[in-house]
Design a protein around this ligand. Structure first.
Ligand SMILES: Cc1cc2nc3c(=O)[nH]c(=O)nc-3n(C[C@H](O)[C@H](O)[C@H](O)COP(=O)(O)OP(=O)(O)OC[C@H]3O[C@@H](n4cnc5c(N)ncnc54)[C@H](O)[C@@H]3O)c2cc1C
Length: 587
């Protein structure tokens, strides 16, 4: 059942306590509670995903609103970014049942087979290797037909997908006016921009139809797909929301290391503290910001960092909160003809009556523009073998099937940082560095568990990342210079014009990049898994090193950020971890 106050719970001891009802946490809680004799408590800081404003979670086209100025978000801001002219930028994280899977942009990508083979290499555990984790990707998902009734059999590869798992995935049910041109470009410029029938097959490279966590025109989150159906039917699964885990509590020691099987929670900085205990273990699934934050609040981490905020180190784990990786994103926009059938009418809020009609249509049958996601195609690309960037820095990706950068195309104005125009018609694409080498940090700013930590994605700390972004933008220009766009793409919009002027240099592109880069919102690796002694925060089985009683299952354990959007990968890892936990306790 669902509880909104710790005092409502009748028991304080469970077999497992899962911290964070987010993407990964809900998978673990749902899988462990499949066994009716196993008692599971999930504790979530954020709010319910039903009720006030929850249509912004369910309706795909409103996905941007689910995160921005929203009750469903933690509303973090980064520390000033050296690589972005010292700007501090917004840093979104879900604060709601489903976590970031309830507020994200629905893109459903796994990454390359190399990404998972590298995960297996670093941990020394073959269960993360592509050939093995594929079973778990399939276990997490089921294919859903697009809502427009289109035959999508040429738009994905059934053989690499699941048909019975909880999360619905689907290609768009809402074709857009640029789709034909994007696909025609894959033929006209097939060497550089080849079509790939399914970028989720392990072979990531090329342009494919974007798969989305979307079923029957509505968002599928880890709450709607996993937790809520289980919570509503299982008496052994309790879910407590609006309650923050403030620290783990040492309960003794086991095999010579401290054991942490209790935790403290509170609803506000001054409210009563409650404690809950796990007989078997605590699973931290508070995400790439929350999980290291809770460890550090408990005295587990880098002793020097902890001393700065007056916390005594009880377990030394120097890499807690280190190694933060994220994908930098910059949008480029072009002006298109005034009569182009773009989605700007809706995005720019030009026609409230049309918007209301679209909402009514979605409420009636989940079709129409409100069932659309931002874009219908995305592509993943490598620098050419002859690239001087590779000669200088080496190939920093997970392997030859991994992307250095990503482009995706949007039928209207799209940005993560620039001001929105008030009128006009636009074509946008996003440019993303997919195999970044910059590493940032999450450290405490205070010993107060209700204070936001200091988040530093450290964008463009390495020249490699900056050079790849320059190449991504140049590739975007080559894309729209295909003949098929003649007469449609009129000119670069706003600052992009200066960056792409005939006499412009790479320095002008860099000016644009540093001014307008934002996060794609993929922080990971802050409690990285590593099989080697003395390295990383968790071992191959995802249990925290140098202590007992705690495992971490979420985006923070990836040793490297995958070269695509991470949610499908996080669901897969959470499925693997659930089986590891079941095996460890013979469940
Ligand atoms: C706006 C946005 C757009 C994105 N778009 C995409 C996309 O299109 N495709 C894609 O693949 N990925 C996307 N991502 C990224 C992806 O959604 C996340 O990487 C992924 O969902 C993270 O999963 P997680 O389990 O690690 O953490 P989360 O899903 O964030 O879950 C962590 C949970 O822990 C809770 N928590 C944290 N601290 C505490 C505490 N102290 N006590 C109790 N609970 C706590 C949080 O409230 C949250 O519910 C996007 C993310 C955002 C925010």
């Amino acid at each position: 059942a669902l509880f909104t106050d710790p005092s409502q719970l009748k028991q304080t001891t469970y077999d497992f306590v899962v911290v964070g009802a987010g993407t990964a946490g809900n998978v673990v809680a749902t899988r462990l509670s499949e066994n009716p004799s196993v008692k599971v408590l999930v504790i979530e800081a954020g709010v319910s995903d039903t009720g006030y404003r929850s249509e912004q979670i369910r309706i795909p086209f409103l996905c941007g609103q689910a995160a921005i100025d929203s009750p469903f978000d933690w509303n973090y801001t980064t520390v000033p970014q050296k690589g972005l002219n010292n700007q501090s930028i917004p840093y979104f994280r879900g604060f709601v049942l489903g976590g970031s899977s309830s507020t994200n942009y629905l893109a459903w990508t796994r990454g390359s087979s190399d990404d998972y083979d590298r995960f297996a290499r670093v941990t020394g555990d073959s269960s993360y290797a592509w050939k093995n984790i594929l079973t778990y990707f399939k276990k997490s998902e089921h294919h859903d037909a697009p809502t427009d009734g289109r035959n999508d059999s040429a738009e994905y590869l059934p053989s690499v997908h699941g048909f019975k798992g909880p999360v619905a995935f689907s290609v768009t049910g809402n074709l857009s006016a640029i789709d034909d041109r994007v696909l025609a470009t894959t033929q006209e410029l097939s060497d550089e921009f080849p079509f790939n029938q399914d970028t989720n097959s392990g072979n990531l490279l090329g342009i494919g139809w974007q798969q989305n966590s979307l079923g029957n025109g509505s968002r599928a989150s880890s709450s709607s797909a996993y937790l809520t159906p289980a919570m509503n039917t299982r008496s052994n699964l309790d879910v407590l929301i609006q309650t923050r885990v403030t620290r783990l509590i040492q309960t003794g020691s086991s095999k010579g290391v401290p054991e942490f099987k209790s935790l403290e929670v509170a609803q506000t900085p001054t409210s009563r503290r409650f404690t809950f205990k796990a007989n078997k273990e605590i699973v931290l699934s508070a995400g790439a910001i929350g999980s290291p934050q809770i460890l550090m609040l408990s005295g587990i981490g880098n002793a020097a960092d902890l001393a700065k905020v007056g916390i005594k180190s009880t377990v030394s784990l120097p890499e807690v909160g280190k190694n933060l990786q994220d994908h930098p994103l910059v949008s480029t926009q072009w002006v298109v003809p005034d009569d182009a059938p773009t989605r700007d009418t809706f995005t720019l809020g030009e026609d409230p009556a049309a918007e209301n009609a679209a909402l009514a249509q979605w409420n009636a049958n989940h079709t129409g523009i409100m069932s659309a996601v931002l874009g219908n195609h995305m592509g993943f690309f490598r620098l050419p073998e002859s690239s001087p960037i590779l000669a200088k820095y080496g190939d920093q990706s997970a392997g030859p099937g991994s992307a250095h950068y990503e482009l995706a195309w949007i039928n209207g104005y799209m940005t993560v940082s620039q001001p929105f125009p008030t009128s006009g018609k636009y074509f946008s694409n996003i440019n993303v560095v997919n195999s970044p080498t910059s590493r940032g940090t999450v450290v405490l700013n205070s010993s107060d568990p209700f204070a936001a930590p200091l988040i530093d994605p450290n964008f463009y700390d390495t020249d490699f990342d900056l050079q790849v972004m320059i190449e991504a933008i140049k590739a975007s220009v080559r894309f729209v210079n295909a003949k098929v766009w003649d007469g449609y793409i009129l000119q670069p919009y706003a600052d992009l014009a200066a960056a792409l002027a005939p006499n412009a240099t790479d320095a002008d592109i860099v000016t644009y990049i540093r001014k307008w880069t934002g996060s794609i919102k993929h922080p990971m690796s802050t409690a990285a898994a590593n099989g080697a002694k003395g390295k990383g925060v968790v071992g191959a089985d995802l249990t925290v090193k140098n202590l007992s009683g705690v495992r971490i299952v979420d985006g923070s354990v990836f040793p490297f950020i995958p070269s695509a959007h991470p949610q499908a990968g996080i669901y897969g890892i959470a499925e693997v971890a659930s089986d590891k936990i079941k095996a460890a306790y013979h469940l």
